[in-house]
Design a protein around this ligand. Sequence first.
Ligand code: GLC
Length: 427
Amino acid sequence: MEVASIARITRGVVAVVATVTLAAACGGSSDDKKSGAATGELTGRGPITLAQGKDTSGNVQNQINTWNKAHPQETVRLIELPESADQQRQQMVQNAQTKSDAYTVLNLDVVWTAEFAANRWVTALPKDQFTLSKFLPSAVQTGEYRGNMYAAPWKTDAGLLYYRKDLLQKAGITTPPKTWAELQTDCSKIKGVGCYGGQFDKYEGLTCNFSEAVDSAGGTVVDAQGKPNVNTPQAKAGLNFLVQGFKSGMIPKEAITYEEEDARRAFEKGDLVFLRQWPYQWALSSKAPKVKGKFDVAPLPGLNGPGAPTLGGHDLAISSFAKNKATALDFIKYLTSENTERLNLIASSEAPTLASLYDEPALQQKFPYLPTLKASLLNAKARPQAVRYNDVTTAIQEAVYGALTGKTSTDQALADLQTKLGPLTQQ
Ligand code: GLC
């Protein structure tokens, strides 16, 4: 074929694509309108998808099965993304940038709301259709951006100290440690088991573990005015707890590669006395042969007394580019309804966002850790709500990882981080 005719065909294809794109931009075909695609309206009914990280408990699929039985024309398909929070975000961002309709409901990490809302990758939700007063206010806030609701609070999260109560008892220790010094003293009495684990791989979990260390030493990564505040004695004390932890062997060296699931496996193999971890581990470790019945949870320890966990969690949003948004809205209401949240707590031990569930006697009996979890959630500190959150967390991860691996000193890492975070948090 001649070059000229290839050029003509190519131009033709470009013209067709351009027309289709223009039609979509002008409101789309009538089919698109019926399905609710490419509009901000929550219209359209039919099959949808839910995109999220790994369904560790298997209960998301169970709840989808229940929904699908009742809604044969509006079925939901679960799309499991990678385990790591950063990789999940990357796939969701790519999906949004190509305006793909592959993901309908997005299970957004609480730190992504601002970015997704500001870029209009997710559609605003009707606040009045959710009884937000029944949800934990901290969780509700994570789904909001500039006063609008973009994501419904589904699962909240806060770091907890998992500990081997059998090993503590054997060593004559009756209560879990409230300070880092106590934790170290406890470990010195227990031989042959790693002392403390957390999530120290270079990803979002590291940002959480670092923020917790800073907050637990009385500092704050970003202050109430949104300005970075990491070049402080408190932040240094926090980071040093981790840096010295690796140097002294208090934290086993392999923990530098740990994400949530690696840390859980290490604890369940019996390799750790203490582990900083999210609530979801409770249900899974309760089935793990080596540790079931032998562990408990406590609030995280801190420098001079109990520490302050980082607020985590996941909210449900609707992709702006998806079809069948009316179905998506109903599905989100179903997942965040009282009974669905209750059943999810029972099956997965994940922290519900509906406040009343923490006080139900039957649930407290099944999960004696619920009051500890509630107290930790009320004490939890949010990460910065920034449109450029990904740049913020990348800067934190680089600085902290450099210090933990001995490439930079704590002082240098924090001084550099302070400089880097300045422009990223001004918005
Ligand atoms: C948990 C938290 C989430 C956090 C992530 C880090 O999934 O709920 O907020 O960003 O862990 O790995």
